[in-house]
Design a protein around this ligand. Structure first.
Ligand SMILES: NC(=O)c1ccc[n+]([C@@H]2O[C@H](COP(=O)([O-])OP(=O)(O)OC[C@H]3O[C@@H](n4cnc5c(N)ncnc54)[C@H](O)[C@@H]3O)[C@@H](O)[C@H]2O)c1
Length: 363
């Protein structure tokens, strides 16, 4: 089954069956990137809850929410939704508010879609796993990068004929790691926890679980380079390129197979260098490859007012919400944004927070 499956998108009002949805959180990210996906998903937005009543009311006006609340327990008891979307923030001591909220929603009988991070510890993710297994309620984290068309296509290339087995994966992402004395402090580690879900989800999606790792740390910027060994036998690197320019594309993913490789730059530009002969060394007058071994380039156009060149689709927001809604409506398991994936990312977080530089550790 390919990972990248182009499809025709339905508009919200064209669905015959829609899920009764509640939303916890009326913050900036939700406004820009999550509520707008409902235009393309089978949901009826029954109610919005935020601690700030004015924000909840403002969002309800803009996004067509019918009722507003400031207490999620009251909303769950009154509305009895099929599904709840949670996009909240952190407690003062650095815990993820959504973890506890997800638990309340599941116990009230609703399936949950929540933004990353799922939690601030492995134990909390495991508790959600147990709760989901016990109740049959689905809990999905918005691992948007595993829904990027370019990353899905990269996964298909890795698994496709002619790539060979994945031998190495290299991911660069701008993020700083605090100094050693602060790495067990959730407040100091908040930004790191918030962002490790992005490269962490790509790494888990493309290469599977990590077996062991070691990293080096740049004291002036907090940048790190980690060497990874995957359970599959592949190797990899995770370069947290702190202090790179904000003027450039943020990230780069490079997968090496066996005499073939592919690169995703800036989340949208995918180049597949297929298996090819080296032009005769010292003699070849041209580097042009025959068509069957030439590089393939995938890049979106930005001329037409299409869905695919809107960040709601190119950055995976609408597809991740659809994945959740369809899994609930059709009663099938989630395959992305799973708690299992979140647990692997938390293991990587623990590795950085607990392992000194230069020491190899099991992940
Ligand atoms: N995937 C992405 O691209 C992406 C991008 C940005 C942020 N995020 C994630 O989205 C989340 C929110 O980020 P943000 O910048 O919008 O935060 P924010 O602080 O702007 O918004 C959070 C909102 O949640 C509300 N809230 C908190 N606890 C609540 C509760 N118990 N009940 C009701 N409302 C509550 C707050 O009042 C606030 O309005 C974070 O988890 C962040 O990691 C993801």
């Amino acid at each position: 089954m390919p990972h990248h499956v182009p499809r025709e998108i339905r508009y919200n009002f064209e669905y015959e069956r829609r899920l009764k949805a509640c939303f916890i959180g009326a913050g900036g990210h939700a406004y820009r990137n999550v509520y707008p996906t409902f235009r393309y998903a089978p949901v009826d937005l029954a109610a919005i809850c935020d601690l700030d009543a004015a924000r909840a009311q403002g969002f309800a006006r803009v996004f067509g929410g019918e009722r507003t609340y400031t207490d999620h327990a009251q909303m769950l008891a009154t509305e009895k939704p099929d599904v709840v979307f949670i996009v909240t923030n952190y407690t003062d001591d650095g815990h993820v508010r959504a973890t506890e909220l997800a638990r309340d929603c599941v116990l009230a009988g609703a399936h949950v879609w929540m933004e990353k991070p799922t939690a601030a510890s492995r134990a909390e993710v495991e508790a959600l796993q147990a709760l989901s297994a016990q109740t049959g309620m689905k809990i999905m984290t918005g691992l948007k990068k595993t829904f990027f068309p370019a990353i899905e296509k990269l996964k298909d290339i890795i698994e496709g004929p002619g790539f060979g087995a994945l031998s190495a994966l290299s991911v660069r992402y701008p993020q700083s790691l605090p100094k050693p004395s602060e790495r067990r402090d959730l407040v100091a580690m908040q930004s790191f926890l918030d962002h490790i879900y992005h490269p962490g989800s790509i790494i888990h999606f493309l290469a599977g679980p990590i077996e062991r790792a070691t990293f080096e740390w740049a004291g002036n910027t907090g940048g790190t380079v980690a060497a990874l060994r995957f359970k599959s036998g592949a190797i990899g690197s995770l370069h947290f390129s702190a202090a790179q320019s904000w003027a450039g594309p943020f990230e780069r993913v490079e997968a090496i197979g066996e005499w073939s490789h592919a690169i995703v730059e800036n989340g949208v530009k995918l180049t597949h260098y297929r298996q090819a002969e080296l032009p005769s060394y010292g003699r070849a007058s041209s580097w042009i490859q025959p068509e069957e071994s030439a590089a393939l380039l995938y890049e979106p156009e930005f001329s037409l007012g299409q869905l695919y060149n809107n960040n709601m689709f190119s950055l995976g927001y609408a597809p991740e919400v659809l994945h959740f809604c369809e899994a609930v409506l059709e009663n099938r398991p989630l395959t992305k944004g799973t708690l299992e994936a979140a647990l692997e990312i938390m293991k990587l977080f623990d590795f950085y927070s607990q392992t000194p530089e230069g020491v190899a550790a099991a992940v």
